[in-house]
Design a protein around this ligand. Structure first.
Ligand SMILES: [Ca+2]
Ligand SMILES: [Ca+2]
Length: 195
């Protein structure tokens, strides 16, 4: 083996050594399951972001979404393994409210859900996919609860008669983890809720 071949071999081995952990580090995981329960269909999805994709937790960030579809009511539970509480941490949903199969910034609307069972109505998206909060403010919610423990993170439970979730609906989910009143990190995912 001449010097050029040896250098090429070393380069290939070095690249492989660098790329294999990088490949594992930027994984995006997704699991889905469904279960029949009395009065409706219960479905769940789990989403994961690697440490390189977010600064919300040191390890893997998990968001587990499950919902039960019933005739008159829509119930959803979202668990997020965030490791620090902040009263402005926010779970945001923007729904495809006009049902055209696309989440449109400043057209489709949703909610921002906060700890202490507070919510911000009429949340929309900006062009970057981040939440936009029109100046209405936070209100006490009668359709969700939020609990937090250091071990398991957040659990949001939502139960609502939502007129626009009367058929399969595309949802843009965002979790914003705040370190202060103005700085934090956020992750987004889009999926369809359906019976
Ligand atoms: Ca947090
Ligand atoms: Ca739309």
């Amino acid at each position: 083996m001449n010097l050029t071949q040896r250098k090429f071999k070393i380069l290939v081995i070095t690249l492989l050594i660098l790329l294999i952990p990088l490949g594992f580090a930027i994984y995006q995981l997704f699991y889905a399951s469904s279960l029949s329960v009395s009065g409706g269909i219960s479905k769940s999805m789990a989403f994961a972001w690697s440490p390189m994709q977010q600064k919300i937790v040191n390890g893997t960030l998990w968001i587990n979404v499950s919902w039960t579809w019933q005739t008159e009511n829509f119930s959803m539970t979202v668990k997020i393994n965030d490791d620090d509480f902040h009263y402005l941490d926010c779970l945001g949903f923007v729904f495809d409210t006009n049902h055209n199969g696309v989440i449109e910034s400043l057209v489709d609307i949703g909610w921002g859900l906060f700890p202490y069972n507070q919510y911000w109505p009429l949340v929309t998206l900006n062009k970057l996919g981040d939440l936009t909060f029109p100046s209405v403010g936070r209100f006490q919610s009668d359709f969700h609860t939020c609990t937090f423990t250091n071990e398991t993170g957040y659990e949001f439970k939502i139960s609502s008669r939502t007129p626009f979730i009367d058929r399969p609906t595309l949802v843009h989910l965002c979790f914003r983890d705040m370190l202060s009143e103005i700085s934090g990190d956020a992750v987004y995912i889009e999926f369809e809720v359906r019976p």
